[in-house]
Design a binder for this molecule. Structure first.
Ligand SMILES: Nc1nc2c(c(=O)[nH]1)N[C@H]1C(S)=C(S)[C@@H](COP(=O)(O)O)O[C@H]1N2
Ligand SMILES: [Mo]
Length: 332
């Protein structure tokens, strides 16, 4: 997400695979079984739940397990990105612009106490303490690809629940057409807030139907644990069919509005980053192609293996309908 340079071959420390293959493959078999309809009651009990909790926690942070999700598209079978890679190669500009900065600097982020304010065009505005927000709905584990606009991607087992659960509780008014996410901008704990790279706070937004889509995840954890600070603790959004920058980290406000809200990267470079930002291999970034991507962990620099990028990041069957008839070159 850089104005100055593109993804420059960061060297990844080789780390042993965090998720034991046995656990992962056990989950794959179970999900196949569920899809075939055989599972049902036999899996409903304790044994089934145990087996479905696919990802073993790395043991670094507080546990936050989630039950395997039944939402369509929420369980890609691709190999998970190593926990170490997913937590040391980040974009979180409040803590620096290099991929290695957030893991070094984000320890200063204070994630308790934390409140998320729901405001704007809703019948039930209010402030949610983070613990209440976590308990508002059952936690699910969802394995999503996150595709950065810079050309790399990861596969991460996120933990959270559909943002729609919260939206239904707060009852948007009829004229609420968009949802805006405002993130923390605290110059005391975030060394780059105050720099001129972006207009702080970092904000993002979704159209109401995008925000209500079951794949849009209000996210509290990953790999069976709470989010590490550098990944957006204590709560972030993950929108798997859009470029990573739509997935705002460390949110403090959810605001319901009538007009399309401004967004951090659109304000910084409107010709490069639109409001929609759906992953689209056919619409290039003005300065580079979006046709392929590099999966983090699959080598870097000259040895990087590149994969074809999929329309809507592979979630076209689930979300394509939201954009029927829209010119996606114009609304990039
Ligand atoms: N507040 C905030 N949220 C943010 C960003 C940021 O700089 N600040 N970067 C975005 C970008 S460009 C990406 S690709 C993802 C990266 O998420 P990850 O580090 O967990 O992989 O976070 C997004 N959310
Ligand atoms: Mo990104």
């Amino acid at each position: 997400m850089l104005i100055h340079s593109t993804d420059k071959g960061f060297v990844h420390p080789r780390s042993s695979e965090i998720t034991p293959r046995s656990a992962y493959e056990g989950r794959r078999d179970l999900l196949k079984l569920l899809a075939s309809g055989v599972a049902g009651a036999a899996l409903a009990g304790w044994a089934g739940r145990e087996a479905l909790a696919g990802v073993q926690a790395p043991g670094k942070l507080a546990a936050l397990p989630g039950a395997a999700s039944s939402v369509a598209g929420a369980n890609t079978m691709e190999k998970l990105t190593d926990y170490k890679d997913a937590t040391s190669y980040n974009n979180y500009y409040e803590f620096g612009t290099d991929k290695g900065d957030p893991v070094k600097n984000a320890h200063t982020l204070k994630t308790r106490p934390w409140t998320v304010e729901v405001e704007g065009l809703v019948k039930k505005p209010g402030k949610y303490g983070i613990e209440d927000l976590i308990k508002l709905s059952a936690q699910e584990e969802r394995i999503y690809r996150l595709r950065c606009v810079e050309g790399w991607s990861m596969v991460i087992p996120w933990v959270g629940y559909s943002l729609a659960e919260l939206i239904k509780k707060v009852e948007p008014q009829g004229n609420a057409k968009y949802v805006e996410f405002v993130t923390l901008a605290d110059p005391k704990t975030m060394p780059f807030v105050g720099s001129r790279i972006l207009d702080w706070p970092y904000t993002e937004g979704l159209r109401m139907d995008e925000a209500m889509h079951p794949l849009t995840l209000l996210t509290f954890g990953m790999y069976g644990e709470v989010l590490p600070n550098q990944n957006g603790a204590p709560v972030r959004i993950v929108v798997p069919w859009k470029y990573g920058f739509k997935s705002a980290k460390s949110i403090v406000k959810i605001r319901f509005v009538e007009k399309e809200p401004g967004t951090a990267w659109n304000k910084a470079a409107a010709n490069e980053y639109g409001f929609y930002s759906n992953v689209n291999p056919e619409v290039d970034h003005p300065r580079w192609s979006q046709a392929t991507e590099r999966r983090i962990g699959d080598g870097s620099g000259l040895f990087a293996k590149r994969n074809k990028t999929l329309m809507f990041n592979g979630y076209e069957a689930q979300v394509g309908q939201l954009y029927a008839g829209m010119n996606l070159k114009k609304f990039y």
